[in-house]
Design a protein around this ligand. Structure first.
Ligand SMILES: N[C@@H](CCC(=O)N[C@@H](CS)C(=O)NCC(=O)O)C(=O)O
Length: 202
């Protein structure tokens, strides 16, 4: 088994934190995006999208998409539970994980990709779209702040994969000029808690 990883990428980080929470260790191959290692014919044969993470199983089976990879390990190592237990909690974790992906991770990624010089020449940058994504990300942070006034974690009273998604998204925000605004006290409190977990730097 081998996990193709991108150290600075927020999606690979989701898998690394998930594995660390489970106490599972997997051999890792670090991909150097700056050297274009994710666009070689060999890598594109693994994942035509040229993105990480990619999990290669011992029989050669390939899994991509960070949540699919997490689901695979979750079935093999159910404890500690991170996807919710029972009908209601599973649905709540799915709901908040999806919201964290679409409403927070997506705009934070878009503003980085469309505004940062890092992506210049790697994709067609649309600055207006980047600015719109910044506004969207700010709105979502404010929304999540209001939600976190009534509970400890995103999907309820305990840490789940929804928190992992949001914390990886906000780490990208922090690194790209969009930190959590000081006035968002509930989100700040949650951020301090998730960042203090031993797995946060996985
Ligand atoms: N939906 C995919 C997204 C994967 C993705 O976009 N990975 C980024 C790192 S966060 C990447 O590899 N980017 C390289 C590139 O776009 O060239 C997942 O959840 O795994």
């Amino acid at each position: 088994m081998k996990l193709y990883d991108l150290k600075a990428g927020m999606n690979p980080r989701r898998v690394r934190i998930f594995l660390a929470e489970k106490g599972v260790t997997v051999p890792v191959a670090s991909i150097d995006m700056m050297k274009g290692e994710n666009h070689t014919p060999e890598f594109l044969a693994l994942n035509p999208l040229g993105t990480m993470p990619v999990l290669e199983l011992d029989d050669g089976t390939i899994l991509t998409e960070s949540m699919a990879i997490c689901r695979y390990f979750d079935a093999l190592h159910p404890e500690p539970n991170l996807f919710g237990q029972g009908a209601l909690e599973q649905a709540q974790v799915e709901m908040w994980n999806r919201r964290a992906e679409m409403e927070l991770m997506r705009p934070l990624s878009d503003q980085f990709r469309h505004l940062s010089p890092f992506w210049k020449g790697r994709l067609e940058q649309l600055p207006d779209f980047g600015a719109q994504a910044q506004r969207k990300a700010r709105d979502t942070m404010a929304w999540f702040d209001r939600e976190l006034a009534t509970r400890t974690y995103l999907a309820g009273s305990r840490y789940t994969v929804a928190d992992i998604t949001a914390q990886c998204a906000l780490l990208l925000g922090k690194g790209t000029g969009m930190p959590i605004p000081d006035e968002l006290k509930n989100l700040g409190r949650w951020w301090a808690e998730v960042s203090a977990r031993p797995t946060a730097r996985a």
